[in-house]
Design a protein. Sequence first.
Length: 251
Amino acid sequence: MFHSDDLQPTPMLDFNTPAIQTLIRARNWRDLPPSERIGAAYDFVRNEIKFGYNTRDTLPASAVLQDGYGQCNTKATLLMALLRALDVPCRLHGFTIDKSLQRGVVPEAVYWMAPQNILHSWVEVQFDGQWLNLEGFILDQQVLAALQAAFPGRSSLCAYGAGTDCLQAPDVEWQETDTYIQKTGINNDFGVFASPDAFYAAHQQDLNGLRGLLYRSFIRHWMNRRVQNLRQGVVPSIPGGQDILKPDFAG
């Protein structure tokens, strides 16, 4: 069962804004049956909103759409807004992930500055009488394909924005089941929240003062350039990577 709160707009889930409503009308998503509505919104956020780092987790959905890129938390906000605009009940599940999942994206020169535990979230969607976990939208297909090509002998990877035990065939496509791409990096579970607004009212990332200013003004741009290079097949090296990333298949 779901509550009426699982369909409501909030300051962050601002799906009544013109940009979001125009997108939905242009794609004719409201004309689709429920499963296809979910799939259309999911695929849009997964691949048309590129993996990248915004100024902060608490951006409203319309701002993420305008940016055209996002990470786990900001992409989750946009996906939730689109789903609720399409009358699909959804909620947020909050976690933290170990910062090692971001290794290779965060430059080594500033890796020490990253919080050990990084706020993370996925979307839970109500479909066919059950709640499904949607997390596989975080990495766009270009980034995922680059990692698969760079580590052809690996099934497990917890770096470069991926946290999976099935790198070569992760459950990232909408097929009316759970999807994941960063699940294995999770180290703390905060539970379920009716909205991202409620989650961030209770939990904030420790990026204040000089560290926050450096992240917003400089470091995230550096990270975004590294992600763009990754899409082109340029995989940054990780110190000790020969041990950390050695093939994990038998034989």
